[in-house]
Design a protein around this ligand. Structure first.
Ligand code: XMP
Length: 503
């Protein structure tokens, strides 16, 4: 495996993801992880990530110095290259001019660039530059602005690149990373089949004859987890709480698919309870809290009725793990609802088979496990469901209106082949009513907003440039078939400053 030492770059996760796309297992550790921790993972190679600091700042993050003495193949990216230069006896200085954005390599050579020909565009983002190489190193690429755009050690095992090979704006970046893996003799065995096999073994070994409880939402993570438990043949119960805030036909779709694939599923109809708890609640955070509490109550009741269970399985993913391990905590914008906060008398051991996986890898597993495409390729849907897409009070009538409008939007996206081109699409029912005409009559209908975004990670997002003809058809169909809606608007705000959901 390859260890990525993180010095705070916004692209660190992307490095690990790219290596996994190249079928090399990789993990991220804090940049200053002590040698013992690095060794515990038995890495074949190290990558030092970029970062926002300057290597000559006091307290700039740096690796345990003993890490350099390991003699492992190493690739320093941006700040990582500057660390190598400084630690190994070269010099880093503030560049005369910062280099941001696209640049062309004016020359390049050496094993890191093997197989690459012609024009090489790279993505730069740095204000410091290597001005003197460490002894025993040579320049392996330059740009017009920067004579040391890449460097390599004469022993052929250590490399630095000032640009970011992991981003899409460096089109040949994957080849560069692949070359590094070859040089370092990193095995390329991280395939979906291999992942599935090792997860099945892990689950069987850990669970044995004990029982596992899990909550499924219909999202790809929890559905795939349920399928994994079913395939592993362990004694499990998957609980799907229908809180009445689901989309049209959603419950039936999830129920049908999971049961057909051997999941022991119990669907709990708790619509009335949730709607009652939401009566009169208008504040978005309050809604989330009310729903979270009701969810825990319903889930705990099932756990008691059907228990005891030794394990609670959760679809925690690697990015969540990295975050809770103390990546500079992002400010809490919204409280997210999941199975946290269970009462104390219900204690479980957590089973988190996906804790080292990225979302794309879970989707690949889902494919192997036979999850039908509509569920596997489904956009994310928030735990509190349509409640956070109805501004103001949630009522049965509003839910009904939103469900029909949302279904038209999503069905048309699929018909037009646009569904998979956007990361998430949704309809929002506002409490605003506006004036319109229907025949000779004055009409007073809801304002419904459509939102579709493109994004890599849902932390930032851009509004999707959907074709105008498409939006036209959606608006016509919604106002025709859902007469309660008087006006349809399209949200053209990116995140930030807006969030993806409206509440
Ligand atoms: P925002 O609106 O914060 O959403 O830009 C980012 C992503 O998170 C989803 N989301 C939630 N998911 N419980 C969830 O399980 C929640 O309370 C919640 N709020 C937002 C949202 O749909 C988007 O994919």
């Amino acid at each position: 495996m390859v260890l990525v030492l993180d010095f705070g770059s916004q692209y660190t996760r992307l490095i690990a993801r790219r290596l996994r796309e190249l079928r090399a297992f990789s993990l991220i550790l804090p940049g200053d992880a002590p040698l013992e921790e690095v060794l515990r993972h038995n890495p074949k190679a190290l990558i030092l990530s970029g970062g926002p600091r300057s290597v000559f700042e006091p307290n700039a993050p740096r690796p345990d110095p003993r890490v350099f003495a390991l003699g492992l193949p190493v690739l320093g990216i941006c700040y990582g290259m500057q660390l190598l230069a400084q630690e190994l006896g070269g010099r880093v200085e503030r560049a005369g001019r910062a280099e941001y954005g696209k640049a062309l390599l004016t020359r390049y050579q050496g094993p890191l660039f093997r197989g690459i020909e012609g024009e090489v565009q790279v993505w730069m983002s740095h204000a410091d530059a290597v001005t003197e190489l460490p002894p025993g190193w040579r320049v392996s690429a330059s740009t017009e602005e920067n004579p040391v755009a890449a460097m390599e050690a004469e022993d052929g095992k250590a490399f630095g690149v000032q640009f970011h090979p992991e981003v899409a704006h460096t089109p040949k970046g994957m080849q560069i990373l692949e070359n590094f893996l070859e040089i370092a003799h990193v095995p390329r065995d991280w395939t979906p089949e291999h992942i599935l096999e090792s997860l099945l073994k892990e689950v069987r070994d850990r669970v044995g004859k004990d029982r596992v409880l899990l909550a499924v939402s219909g999202g790809v993570d929890s559905s795939t987890l349920a399928l994994l438990l079913a395939r592993a043949g362990v004694d499990h119960l998957a609980v799907f709480v229908d809180h009445g805030l689901l989309r049209l036909g959603e419950r039936e779709e999830v129920e049908g698919a999971l049961k057909a694939l051997g999941v022991n599923l119990r669907v709990v109809d708790a619509k009335e309870r949730f709607l009652k708890a939401l009566k009169g609640v208008e504040d978005p955070e309050e809604k989330r809290k009310v729903i979270g509490r009701a969810f825990v109550e319903v889930f705990s009741q099932v756990a008691r009725e059907e228990g005891p269970f030794r394990f609670l399985a959760q679809g925690t993913l690697y990015p969540d793990v990295i975050e809770s391990a103390g990546e500079k905590g992002a400010a809490k914008i919204k409280s997210h609802h999941n199975v946290g906060g269970l009462p104390e008398d219900l204690s479980f051991e957590l089973l988190e088979p996906f804790r080292l996986l990225f979302k794309d890898e879970v989707r690949e597993l889902a494919l192997l496990l036979g999850l039908p495409d509509p569920l596997r390729l489904r956009h994310p849907f928030p735990g509190p469901g349509l409640a956070v897409r109805i501004l103001g009070e949630v009522t049965e009538e509003r839910l009904e209106v939103l469900r029909r409008a949302d279904d038209i939007f999503v069905s048309l996206l699929k018909e037009w082949g646009l569904y998979e081109k956007v990361a998430q699409a949704l309809a929002v029912l506002t409490p605003v009513r506006s004036v319109g005409v229907a025949g000779d009559e004055r009409k007073y209908g809801y304002v419904l907003a459509l939102r579709a975004v493109t994004t890599e990670d849902f932390m930032t997002a851009d509004w999707a440039r959907l074709p105008l003809e498409f939006l036209d058809e959606v608006a016509r169909r919604i106002t025709r078939r859902v007469p309660e809606v008087g006006r349809v608007v399209y949200d053209i705000t990116s995140k930030p400053p807006a969030t993806i959901e409206w509440e």
